[in-house]
Design a protein around this ligand. Sequence first.
Ligand code: ADP
Length: 249
Amino acid sequence: MGDHMSDDAIRLRAVSRRYGTGGAAVTALDEVSLAFPRGTFTAVMGPSGSGKSTLLQCAAGLDRPTSGSVTLGGTELTGLGEAALTRLRRERVGFVFQAFNLLSALTAEQNVALPLRLAGRRPKKSEVREALQRVGLGDRVRHRPAQLSGGQQQRVALARALITRPEVLFGDEPTGALDSKTGRDVLGLLRGMADRDGRTVVMVTHDPVAAAWADRVVLLVDGRVDGELTGAGAADIAAYMTRLEAAPC
Ligand code: ADP
């Protein structure tokens, strides 16, 4: 029982990540403790170099903390070997990046089917089509990335991230390369993944307008949690960021 029955999809306890040693050592994360409740959408913000990417990578099992513990759906990641960690990443988490990262030689449906193939499964055409329909691309299944707009490519990337039905979806600036209208479409889909599908969404962003779609904004400064905003609008988030950037180091 214990953690497995918890309502938190991810929990970080006193997570630190240091790079290098001696005088050149950098503390990217400094004893960060955070919980991400199931079915919620969290935005992670903070100045450049504040530890946002490192936090995402440690939470997703892409990087290992120097100390502290990370649990995902009750599984303690720090105790897992490489093979188990790879399987967990494949089966239980999804990723979307600023740069879409689609394979240009493959069609939309082949891109979406890829995670299932990597997991050794033979994808059913119906489940791949369903995932593309879910992101509004049911009529673009045979298109290659170059034949799609940026917003459409990011929606293919979302369908690819969702095909394994992950518990947690991580986004690293998923709207960073999109104009505001197509960015809104993608944010609306992320919002729906939390509200309609009960997935847990964690997104790094610089954009207060994007962050306002989240239930909660976590603000990092120098590898520590500086504060949190719940249900805040873009203006309040922007004001917080301005205060942070004005504060002396
Ligand atoms: P953010 O995503 O907020 O810009 P990062 O998590 O990328 O911040 O980086 C946090 C700190 O850790 C920065 O000082 C950065 O230079 C340092 N850092 C990140 N990755 C590495 C690495 N592989 N080697 C050394 N230092 C790193």
